[in-house]
Structures are given as C-alpha cells and as structure tokens.
Design a protein. Sequence first.
Length: 114
Amino acid sequence: MLNAGERDPLCDVVSVSTSAGVWLMSHGVVVYCVIRFHENVLVTNLITLEIRYFDCILGMDVLSAYRATVDCFHGVVRFRPPFGEKWDFYSADSRSKIPLVSAMEMFSLLSLEN
C-alpha cells in the first residue's frame, strides 16, 4: 500500500528504458512516499511513470538502503535494514516468481532550467 506525498516537478526530464525496449518519460517525483508491507514501512522518493501492471517499482537505491535481497525462486524479498527489525515479504504464491523489471536505464535528457 502506498501513502504518497505530493508530486513535485523534477529539475530534469528523466527517461527510463525497460527491458522490453520501451522508453518512458517522467517530469515528476513523489517526495517522502510511505510504502507499507503489512506492519512494515519503507520511506523513499519515487519518480512517477505511466506504467501498467506495477503499482511501484523499487530501484536499487531503495533496496540497498533497506539491505534487501530478492529470491525470485522462492518468491521472497528479505529486508535487513540497518535500523529496526528484519522482515520478509512473500509474493501471493511464494513459489511463483515476483514480477521484476530486469534492466532499467535512467538518463537525464533535458534540463528544465534551459
């Protein structure tokens, strides 16, 4: 569940390339977004994208900040934050793979200040 703050404009236009070769553009960011996994909470900034089938895609920066490891075979993401308790998030069918975007590239295309 997402509890999003307000959407703020980005200083630069951000382009993201998915593993399918589709380019997505973003002009906005949600600052201090609270993501809840039952009683567990992550806080991060999220770049807004028009993307189907995903509520949220957590990047390597967020996953590494919470010291997460992804076990696709068992359908679990293990969070080991430097503060608070350790916890695991299981997919609805823990034997199925968690849908992940395997490769994403971000490029600063255009400064909005120019």
